[in-house]
Design a protein around this ligand. Structure first.
Ligand SMILES: [Zn+2]
Length: 234
């Protein structure tokens, strides 16, 4: 049930959920906003009293949530990131042509049903992966030559917690979502993984190799941390 909480700062919409097997009132704030769970037998005056008591907490949580990036919407005109640039998604209805086209500012995607958001998401992901493979391959070739190392293979990853990894076989894994980041950040991650072919640790010697390829690596490293949540939206 949708309700409004009247506060001196203005009304706050929330969802009220009544459950038979609850004993206490519970408040929850997530991407959908405030949800209030109450026991079936709760007295309404108690619910209102609690909401007013918790109003400072509710307002601060809602304010925090607003600063978090909005979830991705897979619709025509949706903004996307490519190499740190804002690009637009343009959807076309076409039963036969399922290709994508990119002109540097807009990614055109044809789908039999452009309202099928799961299919659109799959298609955009496919495009990103293709771009990522081409871009990362080129960067690895360039930087590996500078460092005098020879990686044996490149794989795209979709690991949850790391942007890149490297093993003793010389295989490098880079997250496809990195293709959304500005070039200097991709450069840093590639430099980092290649430097592991020299040093399989994070010792000062390792960072010296990274610095050789990427003099301002510490800034790039910080920027990537800040950008992480946004890169994971897609
Ligand atoms: Zn590392």
């Amino acid at each position: 049930m949708e309700k409004l909480l009247q506060l001196p700062t203005g009304p706050i919409p929330y969802t009220l959920k009544v459950s038979a097997n609850r004993r206490t009132i519970g408040l929850r704030i997530d991407e959908r906003g405030l949800t209030v769970h109450i026991p079936k037998c709760a007295a309404w005056s108690n619910v209102e009293k609690l909401l007013h008591e918790k109003s400072a907490w509710i307002l601060s949580k809602l304010a925090l949530r607003e600063r978090a990036p909005a979830p991705m919407e897979w619709t025509d005109g949706a903004p996307l990131l490519h190499l740190g640039q804002d690009i637009r998604l343009c959807l076309h209805q076409d039963a036969r042509n399922r290709m994508f086209e990119f002109d540097g500012a807009t990614l055109y995607i044809s789908q039999p049903n452009p309202n099928d958001t799961a299919a659109v998401q799959r298609k955009v992901t496919q495009w990103y992966r293709k771009q990522a493979l081409a871009d990362f391959t080129r960067r690895i070739e360039l930087l590996a030559a500078k460092l005098g190392v020879t990686p044996t293979a490149l794989f795209l990853s979709s690991a949850k917690t790391r942007w890149g990894s490297c093993n003793s076989k010389g295989e490098i894994r880079l997250h496809w979502r990195l293709i959304q980041a500005p070039p200097h950040i991709i450069h840093y991650v590639v430099a980092h993984e290649l430097a592991h072919l020299k040093e399989m640790n994070h010792s000062p010697k390792f960072w010296a190799w990274v610095e050789k390829l990427c003099p301002n690596y510490s800034t790039a490293r910080q920027e990537l941390k800040v950008l992480s949540a946004q890169l994971h939206l897609v």
